[in-house]
Design a protein around this ligand. Structure first.
Ligand SMILES: *[C@@H]1O[C@H](CO)[C@@H](O)[C@H](O)[C@H]1NC(C)=O
Ligand SMILES: *[C@@H]1O[C@H](CO)[C@@H](O)[C@H](O)[C@H]1NC(C)=O
Ligand SMILES: *[C@@H]1O[C@H](CO)[C@@H](O)[C@H](O)[C@H]1NC(C)=O
Ligand SMILES: *[C@@H]1O[C@H](CO)[C@@H](O)[C@H](O)[C@H]1NC(C)=O
Length: 427
């Protein structure tokens, strides 16, 4: 898949100076008429030199204008208040909104859903889900086709960390890059990292966020972005698009960690665990926090509310909590194949359970995967004691700064567990 737009840093910097000088000029121009009214002798020199400055500035501005004649957005002399906003929008106008791209024909809304009984009473996000449920093809805005070294070489990737991240979660991505998501080798085994994302559904934010992701991809080569709105009910779509991408770009990766950007992963333990599995080649693995014997929540106030119009069934197949899942490349492929025949379901981890069921595979529980956090035996003990995390593979949910502190504590060769060991955060 081609990278749809390359980043040109040079383009971004030039217009900034153009509109900055424009605003400066307009500000000084505004003050001229006052000194013009009565021009006493001693003011003349001042006035002349002011005039000279203005003329020079206007000339300079004209030059800049000529240099940037081809720019779409040549608003001259913006008022000072709007200057900053204008400068930003000028830079951002060069970042196409994903919607500007039409390589993949946009999927059209299913207009017959309005006739589904009770449709008008449904919350907007559910209406939207039903309207676009059939759309599974979206074009890529940012790609890293070489992440696994190409399809052939991808078998050398031992663990691919695939983290679902919303465009605005920049700080979380930065910390993950520095901590548990660092691309390195453990015992000679390659670990690679990817963030998967869509487009901000807030149109005011979308351009800024697209630009941010463009810059991050340029610097870290770890962003996959598709042209769909990154909303909670579109997380399944994100998951399905990722499995599609895997088929083409990284079919040989041995294992995949798939999780959220607010979990903490003990990567070393994960690699140890995976190495320790007997005959791990081409076999099924799908572990996490196992959830079974549950069904759709029918309370309208819930984030997980799934009405009858989406599913009539009162039970979900067993699945693993979506905060963090470990699977094999084999299982990722099985999920992909099953997903071709299963219509999208708004809760992503449940959807994966449906795919497994169809593929005849079962999810399993791993005690080290804690998507609902750890329970601390006594309130007197520090929940942040790294000894609780030493044996775990993954814990939900961490603040970015906690990830950094915990990651370093776990690297500490002097970390002795069995004794009380605490991290002092300094507050
Ligand atoms: C919805 O149903 C009504 C009555 O059956 C029908 O006239 C109308 O064309 C339907 N609308 C759509 C979009 O299918
Ligand atoms: C559109 O929605 C109706 C009602 O839910 C459904 O029966 C039909 O299969 C949908 N069409 C497509 C193309 O998904
Ligand atoms: C999912 O993304 C598509 C494409 O941007 C959008 O049309 C749809 O409304 C989104 N669905 C939800 C439930 O947000
Ligand atoms: C699994 O595959 C790797 C790489 O292809 C190979 O080095 C290893 O020996 C295989 N292990 C088993 C148990 O077959």
């Amino acid at each position: 898949m081609a990278e749809l737009f390359a980043v040109e840093p040079a383009l971004a910097s030039a217009p900034v100076s153009a509109s900055t000088s424009a605003s400066k000029t307009s500000a000084s121009k505004g003050s001229t008429p006052a000194s013009k009214t009565s021009a006493p002798e001693r003011m003349k020199w001042k006035y002349r030199s002011l005039k000279l400055i203005i003329l020079t500035a206007v000339g300079f501005l004209g030059l800049i204008f000529l240099l940037h004649e081809n720019d779409r957005d040549t608003t001259l002399l913006p008022t000072q208040e709007s200057a900053q906003e204008d400068r930003l929008s000028h830079v951002l106008s060069m970042v196409p909104l994903a919607r500007d791209y039409k390589q993949v024909p946009g999927c059209t809304e299913n207009s017959t859903v309005v006739n589904v009984s009770g449709f008008t009473q449904l919350p907007d996000h559910i209406k939207n889900f039903l309207r676009y449920r059939h759309c599974k093809e979206f074009c890529m805005i940012l790609d890293v086709p070489n992440k696994c070294g190409g399809a052939q070489a991808s078998k050398n990737v031992f663990l691919l960390m695939v983290i679902k991240s919303s465009p605005r979660n920049y700080e979380r991505r930065e910390i993950i890059r520095k901590t548990w998501g660092v691309e390195t080798t453990y015992q000679g085994l390659q670990v690679r990292r990817l963030f998967i994302t869509g487009v901000s559904s807030n149109l005011l934010e979308a351009r800024k966020m697209n630009r941010l992701l463009q810059l991050e991809r340029q610097e870290h080569r770890d962003i996959l972005q598709w042209d769909f709105y990154d909303t909670f009910f579109n997380l399944t779509l994100k998951q399905v698009l990722f499995h599609q991408w895997m088929e083409e770009m990284c079919p040989g990766a041995r294992f995949i960690f798939n999780g959220d950007d607010d979990v903490f992963v003990h990567t070393y333990n994960v690699v140890q665990y995976l190495v320790g599995l007997a005959s791990t080649n081409d076999s099924h693995l799908y572990v996490g926090q196992l959830i079974a014997y549950v069904g759709p929540i029918r309370e309208t106030w819930s984030k997980y509310y799934v009405p009858k119009q989406i599913t009539n069934s009162d039970s979900y197949p067993p699945y693993c909590g979506g905060g963090g899942i470990l699977m094999s490349g084999f299982t990722s492929h099985a999920i992909y194949k099953a997903s071709l025949d299963i219509e999208l379901f708004p809760i992503d981890d449940v959807y994966l359970g449906m795919c497994l069921k169809k593929a005849g595979l079962a999810p399993a529980s791993h005690m080290g995967m804690r998507t609902v956090g750890v329970s601390i035996p006594s309130s007197k003990l520090d929940a942040f004691d790294p000894c609780y995390y030493k044996e775990l593979l993954m814990v939900h949910r961490f603040m970015p700064y906690e990830m950094l502190v915990m990651w370093h504590a776990l690297q500490d060769p002097n970390l002795v567990c069995g004794q009380i060991y605490k991290i002092y955060l300094g507050f």
